[in-house]
Design a protein around this ligand. Structure first.
Ligand code: SF4
Ligand code: SF4
Length: 101
């Protein structure tokens, strides 16, 4: 019987059309001034499966959209009004390309 792929293996099949492109436009905008100013929990740094939300060595929240897999979690997890999605993507209607599924 064929073994089902793990989540990590599945994520490895995602093709990111934005990576390596200097002209890519973000489909998610985050007001990191809110993240680093008044956010009491920084929950998106825990729940994003692609680690798009991280804390740097100085404890500042950073966001990068290029690894996003469009799961939608951050849109609902952020209760501080800091996350804004731009769908459809102004350029192509999507943020990532899927190799499978
Ligand atoms: S929950 Fe919202 S405000 Fe807080 S760190 Fe995440 S995106 Fe920023
Ligand atoms: S949509 Fe999902 S993968 Fe993309 S930034 Fe939000 S939580 Fe992370």
């Amino acid at each position: 019987m064929t073994k089902a792929p793990t989540i990590v293996e599945r994520l490895g099949t995602v093709a990111y059309r934005n990576q390596g492109r200097s002209d890519a436009r973000a489909h998610i905008l985050v007001d990191t001034a809110v993240c680093n100013g008044t956010c009491p929990h920084r929950c998106t740094t825990y729940v994003c499966p692609a680690n798009c939300y991280t804390e740097d060595d100085e404890g500042q929240v950073r966001f990068q959209f290029e690894d996003c897999i469009e799961c939608g979690t951050c849109l609902y997890a952020c209760d501080q009004g800091a996350v804004r999605w731009r769908f459809p993507d102004p350029e192509s209607g999507r943020g990532v390309n899927w190799s499978l599924g």
